[in-house]
Design a protein around this ligand. Structure first.
Ligand SMILES: C[S@@+](CC[C@H](N)C(=O)[O-])C[C@H]1O[C@@H](n2cnc3c(N)ncnc32)[C@H](O)[C@@H]1O
Length: 229
């Protein structure tokens, strides 16, 4: 089935908003800082990259590619010779490249980040196949609904669980999805998410993760992170 394009608009603060799910794509405070706090710190990155020949990150919800860009930017600063990162993600309702460009254009520094955003946008139509985006980084965005895509995922070291708010996007947080996430996680693999909704924590626990609350980003009191038991 061909993916449907996402029905979006920009709000009064120029932030991307999904009409379909009635939610923003990332924190209204600062999506880039949110990514560092929730997904990178929540998975103990970059520390866990040390001494790993090949590290795989899985994401639920590619959206604008912001989480990938923040990760790629850090990875390029921290990686050692010969290390490889695979970042694979799922996106059932892709954005067109102009919408992604407009959303990412709010970050105008540092120059290296802006250059990486341009590099991603230049290959936007090619990312649905595994793409060697630089010599040590592979990007693969599965343009499918989550339950169809996850069986094709590689064994994953760290997950970024980034659907829209669970109450508005329950399909991204179901027990079945969390079981597929767990089934594609290496022993000792981890996850992090900005939401601490009770039923999401229960689904992750039932799927086999140890789940812990941590301080959330900006106005959010809690987020969650955990490890596969
Ligand atoms: C909060 S946004 C992700 C933001 C993104 N990580 C970023 O860096 O811009 C959630 C994403 O999940 C996608 N999504 C929602 N339900 C889905 C489903 N059932 N299957 C696949 N993707 C889905 C949406 O289209 C949206 O792009």
């Amino acid at each position: 089935m061909a993916p449907q394009f996402h029905n979006t608009r920009f709000d009064d603060n120029h932030l991307l908003y999904s009409q379909q799910f009635q939610d923003h794509y990332y924190s209204r405070h600062d999506g880039r800082a949110e990514c560092r706090h929730v997904f990178l710190d929540g998975n103990d990155l970059p520390q866990r990259w040390c001494n790993q020949h090949h590290f795989t990150i899985g994401e639920l919800g590619f959206g604008t590619g912001l989480n990938f860009l923040v990760t790629w930017h850090l990875w390029r600063q921290m990686r050692g010779p010969g290390q490889q990162l695979t970042f694979h993600s799922v996106e059932g309702y892709p954005l067109d490249v102009d919408t992604a460009r407009r959303s990412l254009s709010q970050w105008t520094e540092p120059a290296q980040f802006v250059d990486l955003a341009e590099s991603l946008l230049a290959v936007w139509d090619e990312i649905s196949d595994p793409l060697q985006i630089d010599a040590q980084t592979t990007l693969h965005v599965h343009h499918q609904l989550v339950e169809k895509a996850l069986p094709g995922f590689l064994p994953t070291n760290a997950w970024f669980l980034d659907g829209f708010a669970p109450a508005k996007n329950p399909d991204m947080w179901s027990l079945q999805v969390m079981q597929l996430v767990a089934a594609h996680t290496v022993p000792g693999g981890t996850f992090a998410s900005y939401t601490a909704a009770g039923w999401v924590r229960r689904n992750l626990t039932d799927a086999g993760f140890e789940v812990a609350k941590r301080p959330g980003f900006a106005s959010k009191r809690d987020m969650i992170a955990g490890v596969l038991r």
